[in-house]
Design a binder for this molecule. Sequence first.
Ligand code: GLA
Length: 737
Amino acid sequence: MIKYEEKSGEFHLSNKYISYIIKISEGGELYHIYFGKRIREREDFSHLLKICDRPLAIYSEENEIGHSLQYTQREYPFYGGGDFRYPAMEIAYENGSRISCFKYSNHKIYQGKKKLEGLPSSYALSESDAHSLEICLEDSLSNTLLTLSYSIYEEMPLICKSVRLLHRGEGDIRIEKVFSSCLDLPDSDYELLHLSGAWSRERHIKKRSLEQGIQGIYSMRGASSAEHNPFIALLRKGASEEYGEVLGFSLVYSGNHLEQVEVDTDNAARVLIGIHPDTFSWNLKKGESFQSPEAIIVYSDSGLNAMSRSFHKFFNTRLVNGYWKDRERPILINNWEATEMDFDEKKILDIAIKAKEAGIELFVLDDGWFGERNNDKSGLGDWYVKNFKKLPEGVSGLSKKIRKLGMKFGLWFEPEMVNKNSDLYRKHPDWVIAAPDRNMSQGRNQYVLDFSNPLVVEYIYRAMKKVISEAGISYIKWDMNRYITECYSAAHQAKDQGKIFHKYILGVYGLYEKLKTDFPEVLFESCSSGGARSDPGMLYYAPQSWISDDTDAIERLKIQYGTSIVYPISSMGAHISAVPNQQNGRMTPMKTRANVAFFGAFGYELDLNELTKEGMEEVKEQVRFVKKHRKLLQYGDFYRLQNPFEGNIAAWMSVSEDKQEAIVGYYRILGEVNKAYKRLKLQGLDEKKLYMVNGDEKQVYYGDELMYIGMLIEHTWERGADLDFSSELYYLESVIL
Ligand code: GLA
């Protein structure tokens, strides 16, 4: 999959889907030649290089013409020299200079893929699954090595990239910028798509045309954020869900990030993706190195849907790891919306008993079980039971009773946080992130523990480990309910303060790593006031994410649709909650709440005792349905069919790998009077197979009919019967008649 042509100095990374071509110039510079749909092998692709001889162009050498860095597609542009665009890397040297000059030194091609040190990263299933290339560049003056790493998988239309810097010279250097990937594209005829929002409206789809200048999204909040997910896509003009070229860029990282597209006045586009430089600087002493997070770049020639499926497949099979990889997710019930922090053992057991009756598999006790936690002003940091009025026999006692019912037991933690009113803060006020002599901002009455300090991480690790082992816990919801402000660590020297945001997230990853090693079968669900840290970095440790606190089924259409652009259905926590909805007061039918939540890691967020007898029967039926079909729902090939951001209808479907069965979800937001006749074009089926719809022998159609003509959805209309927020689910099974 990786070829090096000695004569032309070119690397061609390719599989049956894509080509990625890099060239070493005569002067030792790395040029980027191409990334996109696979092109045939050639010994020399020099004819594809962009050569521009322009008035006033700047050249590296005297008498040089043609290859001004200003106009060249560069592979990994460092600051210094004649390229005036934003660099991927900038280093400050001890003499105050920021000029670097990295030249090709050597390279290595090997089978398989290495793990990134201390960071979440994708992996290869075998030596032949992925091949990797490391190109080593050297700045001889400072004696610093830059290694660019690439991996290509045999069966995936994508490239994984990361970089590492090793300083071997005397004196310190300071990295001011180090992006994980740069991609110089020859033109800018694209639309930029990103997933942006806020609390309770996470990952709404935004689109705009690229323009000359800089456009991008970012987080400087200490978490990947609800505001901007670390992902962008470039869509060729006119590309849609099904058609056209799309490039998707995703960063396997949970901290501050920047995804930026610069279009120069030559209309070329430079895409940078990596750690946000404005909240980062990293000094290296002789012998020290720095590893960037991993960037994943997916190519699709058949629209956004295909790009998403590549991300889903890749994340499910090469990023999620360990016990929960490929496993169907347990149906859970969480008490948060039912009780918030106002509960006692009896209340919890009453919900659990009813849940067991419905066939639910896991009970999750949310916030409020620890310390003096009766509201959000106290208790965070004290991961032990103090309030025995609530839980007379502690968490272990409750867990025992729940497990005796025949359910698993799960628990909420917010490991990174502390309230001032806690034993932990009283004992270690210096363990929070706070700048000396400056105000310390609060968010939800809480402060952020200094996870850049290994002592703090170790303390929390021990506290959590004790609860997990004593209480027999099978699942952890790991929350993070405020962003980081006044970023400063008392545990580090002045010169290292630029490292704190990154070290913090490394501390979080380190704690995950330790807990996952100790408790390999515990299922982690990441959460951050809903989905403020639903990113691929988290996905590596926590195969599920609570993607939003907004549980209203209609709002969820957009949130789940947007989240599915990158993230697999198996990873999206999706629960049925009570009506009127806690967040927006909307009344939606139970059927629609279920039809939306089925496409996710399914669960409940209500007190089943408040349901009518019929309501409870519905719940039992839903649980039976999910148990029967969850492999298909959670791991099937997912196709978005109609976009709720663009109209009154949302629709999507999951198809089994063998195309034997499929489930379609169809949702009408507002009822329409005398609505038009409608067929919904399905996707991903086998043209030649006959499918029976909802077990009805009168509804049997060929795959090609369902895909190219469409499944009949609306053909009659009855006065007064067309309600708002209605939905239908269609189960298709291949039959032989
Ligand atoms: C956050 C989470 C909720 C719930 C509360 C508890 O808001 O997103 O699901 O766990 O915290 O305080």
